[in-house]
Design a protein around this ligand. Structure first.
Ligand SMILES: Cc1cc2nc3c(=O)[nH]c(=O)nc-3n(C[C@H](O)[C@H](O)[C@H](O)COP(=O)(O)OP(=O)(O)OC[C@H]3O[C@@H](n4cnc5c(N)ncnc54)[C@H](O)[C@@H]3O)c2cc1C
Length: 386
């Protein structure tokens, strides 16, 4: 997204992606009203909504066996009053296809950043591994948008604060049938959670487990995992046996962390590279996009004429840090108190806050606003060379 926006402003941009395509399953599918609003502002919304996707206007969850409406997006002050679910590879292919319209945009696939280059303390470029050997690319600014295992962040020696997360997620597919129930936010049971994402002909399932327990779960056998899944979503009973090999089940480790400084001279980290997000609330993609917009708004004008100063880069962190802090604090709370991956000893009744959401529909607008728009939504102010 930041590549798209800077190229749109006429700034020469090279986006380096280490894989040969964007086809990976682990990054979530949710595109929220805040991001859809940005697509509208860019004039891309109509075409975006023509891509295969699902629209969810109300999020429901099954909590200790009871279906509870949690968030109502239909009253949001945005053009799209729904969340879309779209596989992230489709979204990234869509964005990069549009970015390629700009003459100053280049996307280089199978280009893996393996190191940074420095001139004294200023970052001046990256060393890149490609199928044709290694090369060095120099730039006025390196933007580390390389996710939660960021090499850019590590090589720059930026200090990271980790907020312990007690969960991991096991990720797998189970086929879907026409008469299955509609997609919900998830199935919660006394501290445990099963998420089912509707991918047309199959369910992408995420099952929350206590951190570090995957080997123990494997030792208990596939039958036990299948039984656990059926315990959450009984309608999967007739096909859970599709999970007949551990190769079909992937472990995704969950982290929440944040850099103390998101930048140094010549380099800025954004998205998960600056602040790794957990899947809780499905907000990480949208927060990363908000960072991209703030970056373009604050830096495009400067980069049109030359390098950005360290003070300019710090302005991005100053703008984006507090929304990130608020969302991460919420995620940490959810993992420590609500979804821990372990069976809690609390009663299996409906917690009070969910009863309130059930009784008073107006309250469902609060989580809708937090999830759908979030604190400090960004809008485009960056110049356009179009
Ligand atoms: C299990 C799980 C489920 C999640 N579900 C959701 C969800 O439903 N909704 C949501 O909004 N968020 C979700 N999140 C959070 C979300 O995935 C992240 O917050 C979001 O993807 C961050 O975007 P990003 O662009 O910063 O990083 P990423 O999406 O991780 O993108 C980084 C990119 O950089 C590339 N890359 C990495 N290293 C290099 C390198 N050295 N050289 C070149 N390229 C490199 C990667 O291949 C990748 O394409 C989930 C997270 C987890 C762990």
């Amino acid at each position: 997204m930041v590549g798209y926006l800077l190229a749109r402003a006429g700034v020469p941009v090279i986006v380096l992606e280490k894989h040969a395509d964007f086809f990976r399953d682990f990054r979530g599918d949710t595109i929220h009203p805040s991001t859809l609003e940005l697509m509208y502002e860019l004039g891309l919304l109509e075409e975006f909504l023509k891509q295969p996707h699902q629209e969810v206007r109300e999020l429901r969850a099954v909590i200790n066996g009871q279906t509870v409406p949690i968030a109502d997006f239909t009253k949001l002050p945005t053009r799209c009053k729904f969340i879309t679910f779209m596989p992230q590879w489709d979204f990234l292919n869509f964005l990069s296809m549009h970015a390629k319209r700009f003459p100053s945009f280049q996307l280089l696939m199978q280009h893996e950043v393996v190191d940074l280059t420095f001139d004294e303390r200023r970052v001046t470029g990256v060393r890149v591994k490609t199928p044709r050997g290694e090369l060095e690319i120099r730039a006025d600014l390196i933007i580390g948008a390389d996710g939660r295992h960021s090499i850019v962040q590590t090589r720059a020696g930026l200090e990271r604060q980790d907020f312990g997360v007690p969960i991991d997620v096991v990720w797998m597919r189970i086929s879907k049938k026409l008469d299955d129930p509609q997609q919900t936010f998830g199935f919660f049971q006394q501290g445990k959670l099963l998420v089912l994402l509707d991918r047309g002909d199959y369910w992408q399932c995420g099952f929350v487990i206590p951190k570090g327990d995957f080997d123990e779960i494997k030792a208990c056998g596939l039958q036990q995992l299948q039984n656990d899944i059926v315990g959450f979503a009984g309608f999967l009973r007739d096909r859970v046996a599709e999970l007949d090999d551990w190769a079909k089940i992937k472990l995704l480790t969950v982290q929440i962390n944040r850099l103390r400084d998101w930048c140094c001279d010549g380099l800025l980290c954004i998205g998960d590279s600056a602040h790794a997000m957990s899947p809780a609330g499905g907000v990480g993609i949208n927060l990363a996009i908000q960072d991209a917009v703030a970056t373009a708004n604050l830096l495009a004008g400067k980069l049109q004429i030359g390098p950005a100063s360290l003070d300019d880069l710090r302005k991005v962190q100053a703008r984006r840090e507090w929304p990130t802090r608020i969302i991460q604090a919420m995620q940490v709370f959810i993992h420590r108190r609500v979804v821990t991956g372990r069976t809690s000893d609390r009663k299996a009744s409906l917690p009070f806050v969910f009863r309130l959401l059930k009784w008073f529909p107006i309250l469902r607008q609060i989580p809708a606003r937090f999830i759908g728009i979030g604190p400090r939504p960004e809008h485009f102010h960056s110049p356009s060379a179009e």
